[in-house]
Design a protein around this ligand. Structure first.
Ligand code: ADP
Ligand code: MG
Length: 250
């Protein structure tokens, strides 16, 4: 399982996560919700090697994640999407999916990647996995389009495909439905539901759209100002007075 224990993150002395402890059972889909600034993306960052923890641990199947580099974490079978990252311009959607989720949002890395020996050797495998992942989120027809021609929603679908393409055993999705049209969001919910049912994957899903989130998760953790406010089933969370006060009531 994924286990966070007393995890703390500070940015310039300001606490973003404080003593965060919760776990995600192997093979389950956990929802993570909370107001803007609650620390949801920071948690994913700490668990995927892009944010440094100041104290505490995050482990996956017993291996420490906090403190490892993003590429090391990707090699452990962990995929993620980024809340704000855009696709690399100048590349097609397919090339963006082939790059791998741990390189998303960084600059200067993809040209080196395309030149590497490993890339040439594995290109066919990467291409097949990328096309399959794109198909699983109904994004196959976008494959050969330049990424800068895609709508915000289409770019987001491509980023989800990029996270799925490595066949992750642990998946972090940071607001995958943000910027999607209603139709795109409903289709993505159905596609992810199908994907989760047919793959051995453990998922942490951050999403503000509660209809989307509740259709996919078995349990929910609520963050508020860097701490765990509540945990429970969707029904328990909906009726929790502290959650209604901090988040749902607004
Ligand atoms: P959420 O994803 O729940 O909206 P974030 O994890 O993005 O929240 O942010 C948690 C807090 O940490 C916020 O106060 C935010 O301003 C701060 N924060 C996030 N990333 C950084 C950063 N790189 N540098 C400084 N402060 C940050
Ligand atoms: Mg966020």
């Amino acid at each position: 399982m994924l286990e966070a224990s007393s995890l703390c993150v500070e940015f310039g002395g300001v606490s973003a996560l404080s003593e965060v402890t919760f776990s995600v059972a192997e093979g389950s889909v956990l929802g993570l919700i909370g107001p803007n600034g609650a620390g949801k993306s920071t948690f994913i960052g700490a668990a995927s090697g892009v944010v440094l923890a100041s104290a505490g641990t995050v482990t996956w199947r017993g291996a420490t994640l906090a403190g490892r580099r993003p590429d090391q974490i990707a090699r452990l079978g962990i995929g993620r999407t980024f809340q704000h990252a855009r696709l690399f311009p100048g590349l097609t959607a397919l090339e963006n999916v082939m790059i791998g989720s741990h390189l998303a949002g960084r600059s200067g890395v993809f040209s080196a990647m395309f030149r590497s020996r490993r890339w040439r050797k594995d290109e066919t495998l990467l291409r097949d996995a990328a096309l399959e992942a794109m198909e699983s989120v109904h994004a196959l027809e976008l494959a050969h389009r330049p990424s800068e021609d895609l709508t915000a929603g289409q770019q987001r679908l491509v980023s989800v495909a990029r996270a799925l393409a490595s066949g992750p055993s642990l998946l972090f999705l940071d607001e995958p439905a943000a910027g999607l049209t209603d139709a795109e969001r409903h289709l993505l919910a159905a596609d992810l539901k199908q994907y989760f049912a047919t793959h051995e994957v453990t998922v942490l899903l951050v999403e503000h759209n509660l209809g989307f989130l509740m259709s996919l998760v078995s349990n929910i953790v609520v963050f508020d100002r860097g701490t765990v406010l509540a945990e429970g089933t969707p029904a328990e969370i909906r009726s929790n007075p502290a959650v209604i006060d901090a988040y749902l009531g607004a």
